[in-house]
Design a protein around this ligand. Structure first.
Ligand code: NAP
Length: 295
């Protein structure tokens, strides 16, 4: 069997089209324009390109969007004051602080300072707690994107054996939590593997849906995958440069061999990646609606 590709690029395009329509409706019917501020401290090239992509997407969808480019020397107190200003700004519904922050700034204190109602990244402990009890306003973006990829590709999640490789707070733990909820688009039996797992292949071979977020190229090879499994590769590993000077990327799954066993598989790039920014946009629309009391 050769797997069909799940195109994150195409699914992200469809969702952005829906969000553009919804944003226009909010403006026309309620005079509400979703507002997003992205805050970048310093000039980390990867962070700069992520923030630029987020701004571009938010403008295309029709948001009120502000980009704050702050100097590397900004103090933690200054950043907290900036967040406080946007927490109180009624035109801003979502605040995104691009990570990582310079070493002299405490990331936890900064993320906790964002009003949970404007925490469109879904990292504030209030939102993590709400996700845990199945009452999320905002799901963290990468895991929410994975769930959308599965739903929109027609994958049966309820009752499936899901195995997640990786237990980070931004991917592994939240996607496991989201898919085990007793809800539509979830209700799976979930196992999480990590570096303390004794026989990882024993678990991954049982997976109907295998989600890999280890940050290690070829962490999952074909012998670890069940025939017909759905494989979601979250990994983004830089493995050199292309002749035209771009980073050459690969995932955490040995794509060439695993695609011969899986029924559906995400490519890298073009799989999970495009969904992350799209879910940030979805959370911002939701934040604007919640703030205005719109169902
Ligand atoms: P992370 O914080 O480094 O966590 C990696 C997790 O994988 C850890 O829990 C680690 O276990 C586990 N792990 C590592 N090697 C393993 C192995 N050989 N066997 C079993 N478990 C293993 O990484 P992350 O932030 O979750 O990101 C994971 C990958 O996804 C990275 O490549 C990252 O770039 C990518 N990513 C992509 C997007 C996107 O939008 N596409 C977004 C976020 C992340 P321990 O806990 O035991 O150390």
């Amino acid at each position: 069997m050769t797997a069909k590709l799940i195109s994150g690029s195409e699914i992200a395009r469809q969702i952005r089209e829906e969000l553009t329509g919804e944003t226009a409706r909010l403006k026309e019917k309620f005079n509400v324009v979703p507002g997003l501020v992205t805050i970048l401290v310093g000039q980390n090239p990867a962070s700069m390109s992520y923030v630029t992509a987020k701004q571009k997407a938010s403008k295309e969808i029709g948001f009120h969007s502000i980009q704050e480019n702050q100097s590397e020397t900004m103090t933690e107190a200054e950043l907290l004051a900036l967040i406080d200003r946007y927490n109180r700004d009624p035109k801003i519904h979502g605040i995104l602080v691009q990570l990582p922050l310079p070493k002299h700034i405490n990331e936890t204190r900064v993320l906790y300072a964002i009003d949970p109602k404007k925490d469109v990244d879904g990292f504030h402990p209030v939102n993590v707690g709400k996700m845990m009890i199945g009452e999320a306003d905002y799901l963290p973006c990468t895991p929410a994107g994975i769930q959308q990829l599965l739903i929109r590709s027609g994958v049966k999640i309820s009752g499936a054996e899901v195995v997640v490789v990786g237990r980070s707070n931004i991917v592994g733990k939240p996607i496991a939590n989201i898919l085990l909820q007793k809800q539509k688009g979830a209700n799976a039996t979930v196992t999480i593997c990590h570096t303390g797992t004794v026989d990882m292949a024993f678990h991954t071979r049982r997976a109907d849906i295998l989600i890999v977020a280890a940050g290690k190229p070829k962490a999952v090879t074909a012998d670890m995958v069940k025939e017909g499994a759905v494989v979601i590769d979250v990994g983004v590993n830089r493995i050199g440069m292309t002749p035209d000077g771009k980073a050459r990327l690969c995932g955490d799954v040995d794509f060439e061999t695993v695609k011969e066993k899986a029924s559906l598989i995400t490519p890298v790039p073009g799989g999970v990646g495009p969904m992350t920014i799209t879910m940030l946009m979805m959370n911002t629309v939701k934040a604007a609606k919640l703030a205005a009391g719109i169902e």
